[in-house]
Design a protein. Sequence first.
Length: 120
Amino acid sequence: MDIKLFDSELKVMDVLWKEGDCTAKYISDVLKESIGWNMNTTYTLIKRCIKKGAIERSEPHFMCHALIPKEMVQAAETDELINKVYDGSADKLFSALLGRKKLSKNQIDDLKKIVGSFEE
């Protein structure tokens, strides 16, 4: 993925991913309620996302449409994390995640199923 989104831009994208196509005003209302941003801040971030090719704008009412799926951003961010912090080693990331908290038996069983699905 060529598009690099900052955390603030991801908050805008997250509204679109959860709600589907919606107006800039609606996105602004959601972000004002959830994190206290004013309309100008949200509109500036929407315009940045449009410039980057992450959002498409249409009329009437400044309708916004996400051009990139959340899964694509998650994959790119995960790859960047693995490369930047874990020397490109997914197993080091996996070990770090597992070592951070006590997992329940059900969580461990679920993880075993996920790992098993990659072995087939």
